[in-house]
Design a protein around this ligand. Structure first.
Ligand SMILES: [Zn+2]
Ligand SMILES: [Zn+2]
Length: 124
């Protein structure tokens, strides 16, 4: 059954379907990204919502992602956590040392990635 596709628990509190592209169900997820998200979940002791994980080419275009987005190759996730200040969440993520962190103040989420290149931070 299609609805069961990707319905696989890949870590405590994380299911592969949460990382799948919403338009086509395709998914790529790097184990390093997952490990860091598990670390974050363990520190927070509350749910980490994946707003956006893997994105296929079309979906990435649709949401206005940059063409070479790390979402395209399973290295990035946009996350949201309830009842925590975004600055406080950012500090925790800094300690976990995600290589890329985008701080989206108005939309109230963080972009986290494990890019292989140099440490990058930005704010919107
Ligand atoms: Zn898609
Ligand atoms: Zn992102």
């Amino acid at each position: 059954m299609l609805n069961s596709t990707n319905n696989i628990n890949i870590a405590p509190y994380f299911n592969l379907s949460e990382f799948a592209c919403p338009c086509c169900n395709l998914v790529m997820l790097h184990p390093k990204l997952l490990a860091k998200l598990v670390e974050l979940r363990n520190i927070l002791e509350r749910p980490v919502y994946i707003n956006s994980g893997y994105r296929c080419f079309e979906y990435n275009q649709k949401v206005g992602g940059v063409p070479n987005s790390y979402h395209r190759i399973g290295l990035a996730a946009d996350i949201k956590v309830k009842d925590i200040n975004l600055i406080e969440l950012l500090e925790i993520c800094e300690n976990i040392d995600f290589n890329g962190i985008g701080f989206y103040e108005k939309k109230n989420f963080l972009h986290l990635d494990v890019r292989p290149t140099k440490r990058t931070r930005w704010r919107e």
